[in-house]
Design a protein around this ligand. Structure first.
Ligand SMILES: Nc1nc2c(ncn2[C@@H]2O[C@H](COP(=O)(O)OP(=O)(O)OP(=O)(O)O)[C@@H](O)[C@H]2O)c(=O)[nH]1
Ligand SMILES: [Mg+2]
Length: 437
């Protein structure tokens, strides 16, 4: 799984990685190759489109073309976007406290429901829980025996009333029995169905309405290809699925469809089935899979570290200059950019004592616009003007306003703010030297 995707992505990104500079053309070519790699691996076309748009936006935002290591930064951006495609963080099961947690397992025929029910029971048992399995498949001959055989292997009780009692009744009794016997988790193995089979789909809805399960896990076969997305959508529409189990993850399919299913349905992937054995179940970690698909963990951690160091260095430099009573427009720009990385202005202010009221009054999109304006103005200044804004005459200010798409009043306003801040810092540093700090 993912072999060809990994090979293609890695090759494309290695190509740009060594480049000291990236041109817009290189960048476009790289994005095109990524697009082809994703589509050829069966990733849903809409998902591919969104994915590339996000990579593009992020690359503009982080100014990839002018970065010190453009190729490596691009690798990092692609890596992060794959993680966000897969779900950002691992999603845990929801358990009830002091009551029986019920987990319904649903899915198309042969996707691995019964096997994953046993795998999950085994997984939970190892975590110290007390699971029971309820057989709710009375349609396929031998389905009950299959579950019972698996139950014996892992020493987990299976509740069943045979094939002649209606399913709803069995589930209701099973839950009652589970509570009575002091089990803490019930895994309900439902019958396999073809999506078109309305009657069977309705049965699932009835079970849901009867017991209000804490989790409804949908097994999707990673080998299925594109259709997996439609299937998942159909189940989710009817049942509000709470998690996905991607089964047959050990297979040699291209894997792209499995990558798309979270992005399309919004349902988190909770587990992967990685083989036929009971122990072949893994919790799903988006970052680990992203690492596997990209195979470039070294580059990613390098960029992360470099970014951190760069931020630290800039902050130190700015602080040093402030202490010396020097403060340029570049410092102002730096500190704006640093603080923007922390998040929206209002949330930063909320963290400061006594600022919460003011934070509430801030409209983040206004604040964002204001900051963007300030940035544009400073960037339209010459280096000399940034170093010492007092040299600016009216004609300079008109030029800057024009260059930044703002008004002369805006430029003047910024200069006033700058003067105030500079004075403040000067006072601070003279106070420091007065006290011998
Ligand atoms: N390779 C691989 N095989 C799996 C995995 N999970 C299940 N299987 C196999 O897939 C086949 C079907 O599994 P079941 O658990 O019976 O599937 P089901 O969804 O319960 O099937 P029905 O009840 O008939 O709808 C079995 O041969 C399993 O051994 C997996 O993660 N990897
Ligand atoms: Mg089954």
């Amino acid at each position: 799984m993912f072999d060809s995707l990994q090979e293609k992505l890695t090759k494309t990104l290695r190509n740009v990685q060594g480049k000291g500079k990236l041109s817009e053309r290189n960048m476009e070519e790289t994005l095109k190759e990524i697009r082809i790699a994703l589509l050829e691996s069966d990733v849903n076309y809409k998902v591919v489109k969104d994915f590339l748009e996000k990579v593009r936006q992020e690359s503009i935002g982080q100014d990839v073309l002018n970065a010190v290591e453009p190729g490596q930064l691009l690798v990092k951006i692609v890596h992060d976007e794959i993680i966000s495609l897969l779900g950002d963080e691992s999603a845990e099961l929801n358990f009830k406290e002091n009551d029986l947690t019920s987990i319904m397992i649903v899915g198309l025929q042969g996707t691995g429901k019964t096997t994953q029910a046993a795998k999950l029971a085994n997984f939970l048992k190892k975590k110290g829980r007390k699971p029971i399995m309820i057989a709710a498949d009375i349609i396929r001959p031998a389905a009950i025996e299959q579950l019972e055989t698996l139950g014996k292997q892992i020493d987990v009780e299976v509740f069943s009333m045979g094939v002649d009692v209606p399913v709803l009744k069995q589930v209701e009794e099973g839950i009652r029995y589970g509570k009575e016997k002091g089990y803490d988790t019930a895994l309900i193995d439902t019958a396999g169905r073809l999506q078109i089979d309305e009657e069977l789909m309705n049965e699932l809805k009835q079970i849901k309405d009867l017991i209000h399960p804490d989790e409804i896990l949908l097994t999707v076969d990673a080998m299925t290809g594109q259709d997996i997305v439609n299937v998942a959508n159909a189940f989710h529409e009817l049942l509000d699925v709470t998690g996905l189990i991607l089964t047959k993850f050990d297979g040699d399919s291209k894997g792209g469809a499995a990558l798309s299913v979270k992005a399309v349905t919004g349902v988190p992937i909770k587990f992967t089935g990685t083989g036929e054995k009971i122990s072949d179940l893994e919790m799903f970690y988006p970052d680990r899979l992203a690492q596997r698909i990209l195979g470039m963990g070294d580059v990613v951690s390098f960029v992360e570290k470099a970014q951190e160091e760069m931020d630290m260095k800039k902050a130190e430099e700015t602080a040093g200059r402030l202490m010396d009573g020097k403060f340029t427009m570049d410092d102002l720009l730096n500190s704006i950019e640093q603080s923007r990385k922390l998040g929206p202005l209002s949330s930063i202010m909320r963290m400061m004592p006594g600022m919460s009221e003011m934070a509430n009054a801030i409209n983040d999109s206004d604040a964002d616009n204001e900051l963007r304006k300030i940035k544009a103005i400073i960037q339209s200044m010459t280096p000399a003007e940034r170093e010492d804004p007092s040299i600016m005459r009216s004609s300079h200010k008109r030029r800057i306003a024009k260059g930044s798409g703002t008004r002369v009043e805006d430029v003047n306003k910024l200069c006033n703010q700058y003067d105030k801040m500079k004075k403040l810092f000067k006072n601070m540093s003279s106070m420091k030297s007065m006290f011998g700090l």
